[in-house]
Design a protein around this ligand. Structure first.
Ligand code: GDP
Length: 432
């Protein structure tokens, strides 16, 4: 069976979680391959409403194996708290349906501290971090200054390794930021409280994935955030600290031979952005507030109001390209139903020239949006389940976007619930 990736095309929060929850009906294994507990995937299904941060969104389906790959920032504290929350809501989590890679690096308690301390030091130049420790964690991973989940099975070696890391990290904490040092007792208590709890779920997940592949099982790869937050292709330095693009799958999933034929890029029918950084199509004032309210655009992890704007064709086209997306799921179309005229940012104006090429990150702050208006449909479309159920104006909006970004829209989502979806065949797409 062919494999599939669900990735974000824009700044994140596109609705990847709801798409993974929907599409897992066809897959046997779901793998998170990057990022950490700073994700906020909201899933609404027959079991209730869930906010997932680190757990893969396939945990609601019976028989699906969910894997946290080696590319994730494994935060045992947040993971354990999230697991308990989800179990309380009636979802079963066992070492059979949840597996953690023994090669995943562990996010240690000081990573969260350092994240907050650095944002505080930066003051008005801050990155807008969710303060979950992600940037300090990935820096340490690449410096080889953290521990692998599998080390929990080697307590003697682990203790010596932690002692070395402690000595090193305390230098930064006390001498750079002037805070209290960590002690070995503090670390050991933390390991006992969280790492020991997730230990039964840790195993060699590469073996599990290779076995699944050999048996012809379908694997779905779930990303966090979106193209524009990718460390290498995104709006650096306002990116996250990992690769959010599908190209990272063979590394971060722990399946080196991963072949992904279907890359579903998730795009919101308008734009939102959490945190700092250039956001060319941003709208302000009453217009922005109306859209924010209509789409309930407040960060899942932080509660922060999201910055909002119209669909940005320039950024979306770029996002499609760097993900190498083969099809698009357009979400939250229903949110635009209140608009008489729907703005779309079709181009940027940069140094007096109109362009549809996404600029180098530093140049983004000079770019101005070029806006075109489309007719709204002014009616409730949340009950639409087929393409024909959509009013002509909504169909026109969708087909304009797919032509402009050069990728077929095969799913149109009109509500947060699992079945609030319209499926379209790729045949409908004719590139200009
Ligand atoms: P993710 O991080 O990409 O999974 O996205 P989030 O979960 O942060 O944000 C998407 C939000 O939109 C969630 O609250 C979803 O329940 C909600 N949502 C997803 N699709 C739709 C849709 O088609 N219509 C509406 N109204 N809400 C949606």
């Amino acid at each position: 069976m062919s494999n599939c990736a669900i990735v974000g095309i824009n700044w994140g929060d596109e609705g990847k979680g709801r798409m993974v929850d929907l599409l897992t009906e066809k897959y046997d294994v779901v793998v998170r391959f990057q990022g950490g507990g700073n994700a906020g995937h909201t899933v609404v299904n027959e079991k209730g409403k869930f906010m997932l941060h680190l757990l893969p969104s396939g945990i609601f389906r019976k028989g699906v194996i969910n894997i946290l790959g080696n590319g994730v920032a494994l935060d045992p504290e947040n993971l354990w708290l999230e697991m308990q929350e989800v179990v309380k809501q009636g979802v079963s989590l066992t070492p059979e349906n949840l597996k953690i890679s023994d090669r995943a690096s562990i996010l240690l308690p000081w990573h969260r501290d350092l994240d907050a301390l650095e944002e505080q030091r930066l003051q008005d130049k801050k990155y807008g971090s969710t303060k979950q420790g992600i940037a300090p964690f990935y820096s340490d991973k690449f410096q080889k200054k953290t521990i692998l989940a599998g080390e929990l099975f080697y307590p003697e070696e682990l203790k010596a390794h932690l002692a070395d890391l402690l000595e090193w990290k305390n230098l930064t904490l006390t001498k750079v930021y002037g805070t209290e040092p960590y002690t070995m007792e503090m670390l050991e208590q933390w390991m006992e409280a969280y790492c020991e709890k997730i230990k039964p779920y840790i195993c060699d997940t590469t073996v599990v994935l290779e076995e699944a592949q050999k048996e012809g099982k379908g694997i779905l790869f779930e990303a966090q955030l979106g193209s524009l937050r990718d460390l290498d292709y995104g709006i650096y330095p306002y990116t996250t600290s990992s690769n959010t693009t599908a190209g990272y799958i063979p590394i971060g999933s722990g399946l080196p031979s991963a072949r992904v034929s279907d890359i579903v890029g998730v795009v919101k029918a308008y734009s939102t952005c959490v945190g700092e950084g250039p956001f060319v199509c941003e709208r302000f004032g009453e217009e922005a507030e109306k859209l924010r309210k209509a789409g309930f655009e407040y960060g899942a992890k932080t509660g922060r109001p999201r910055r909002v704007g119209p669909m940005d064709i320039v950024a979306t086209k770029y996002g499609v390209r760097v993900q190498d997306a083969t099809e698009i799921a357009l979400t939250k179309l229903d949110v635009l139903s209140y608009m008489d005229k729907i703005p779309v940012c079709t181009h940027y104006l940069l140094h007096g020239k109109q362009t549809d090429a996404f600029p180098f990150p530093v140049a983004l702050k000079e770019a101005k949006p070029v806006i075109e208006y489309f007719d709204g449909w002014n009616c409730d479309i949340s009950k639409a389940r087929t393409w024909e159920d959509l009013p002509k104006q909504a169909q026109d909006y969708v087909t304009f976007i797919e032509k402009a970004i050069g990728c077929p829209i095969t799913y149109v989502s009109v509500g947060p619930e699992r079945d609030s979806i319209i499926r379209r065949s790729k045949e409908n797409f004719h590139e200009e």
